[in-house]
Design a protein around this ligand. Structure first.
Ligand code: SF4
Ligand code: SF4
Length: 287
């Protein structure tokens, strides 16, 4: 049975897997892409952009590269082009903000947003803050976040002190069980009131999830998956009827750990907190 979905959240991850940073906690981007690999990634992104232009649905997009996209001109161009499309309600990307920012003057500020991560070991604090202030001065919507390892606590404090009118999220470090003391959890929750959501590993098997229904992930070839964490292919956006593939789903994984996953979990009802800013991770009320 065909289900009419008129609004989709799409997470796009192409083949780019290189980065100008080398964060110790990052499992991605530990290689250098060749010219041919970058060329292929560009072709995939162009194809996706053209596909979006051909659709009638209301589309919200988050680009989640396995590396840093915005240091590449073709990612900047895709962001600009997508932001001006009438059916695109949101175009956001995860970035370390190391790129030049002149191109940002060309985006449609109503639909464009950034998910910015601060990596204290890779960039000078002042340089990072200057770039954030540039975004603020130019009315660019963005969230800022940081990985909540203990070595970053001082940097978290500094960032919170410096950037007062933007939401700062903390990604809980969950690779070690009971990593935080009660005091640390309370402190982190004071910095980011939504930290407890992130510091949870959700048991999700059989639970209702919007992934694969109103939200889906695609790779550079256009292969569709419910989310980045389930590798059961639903089909392909270039060869299949996407509307038929999208049906109400229950999670088949035992757990869901990441923001870009659990935002789809129906029982959390996080649209109430983030509204149409959920992909760039900005709560409606900044706390
Ligand atoms: S900036 Fe992001 S992609 Fe690059 S190394 Fe750090 S965590 Fe990984
Ligand atoms: S709960 Fe998480 S892992 Fe399961 S389908 Fe939803 S997004 Fe994917």
């Amino acid at each position: 049975m065909e289900v009419e979905n008129t609004s989709w959240n799409i997470l796009y991850r192409g083949s780019l897997d290189s980065c100008n940073y080398d964060c110790p906690y990052c499992p991605f981007a530990k290689k250098k892409n060749t010219r041919q690999e970058l060329q292929y990634d560009q072709e995939c992104l162009d194809r996706f952009t053209n596909w979006v232009a051909s659709r009638n649905e209301t589309i919200h997009i988050l680009l989640t590269p396995w590396g840093e996209g915005l240091i590449r001109k073709y990612y900047q161009k895709a962001m600009i082009d997508l932001s001006h499309m009438s059916t695109v309600a949101k175009i956001a990307i995860q970035t370390n903000l190391s790129c030049s920012l002149d191109w940002i003057h060309q985006v449609n500020k109503k639909t464009f947003a950034l998910w910015v991560t601060y990596h204290p070991n890779e960039v000078d604090f002042e340089v990072f803050v200057r770039k954030c202030n540039f975004l603020i001065a130019n009315d660019i919507q963005f969230s800022i976040g940081i990985v909540g390892v203990k070595e970053h606590f001082e940097a978290i404090e500094r960032l919170k002190e410096e950037i007062k009118d933007r939401y700062i999220w903390i990604n809980a470090y969950k690779r070690e069980e009971n990593y935080y003391t009660e005091y640390e959890k309370a402190w982190l929750t004071n910095v980011d009131s939504l930290f407890p959501y992130n510091n949870t590993v959700y048991n999700t098997k059989g639970k209702k999830c919007n992934a694969g229904h109103t939200s889906f992930s695609i790779d550079g070839n256009g292969d569709m998956y419910p989310c980045h964490f389930i590798k059961n292919k639903l089909g392909n956006i270039y060869t299949d009827d996407v509307k038929i593939l999208l049906q109400p789903k229950q999670c088949i994984n035992t757990e869901c750990r990441c923001y870009i996953g659990y935002i789809n979990l129906q029982e959390l009802d996080l649209e109430n907190i983030y509204g149409n800013q959920i992909l760039e991770r900005i709560p409606l009320t900044i706390k």
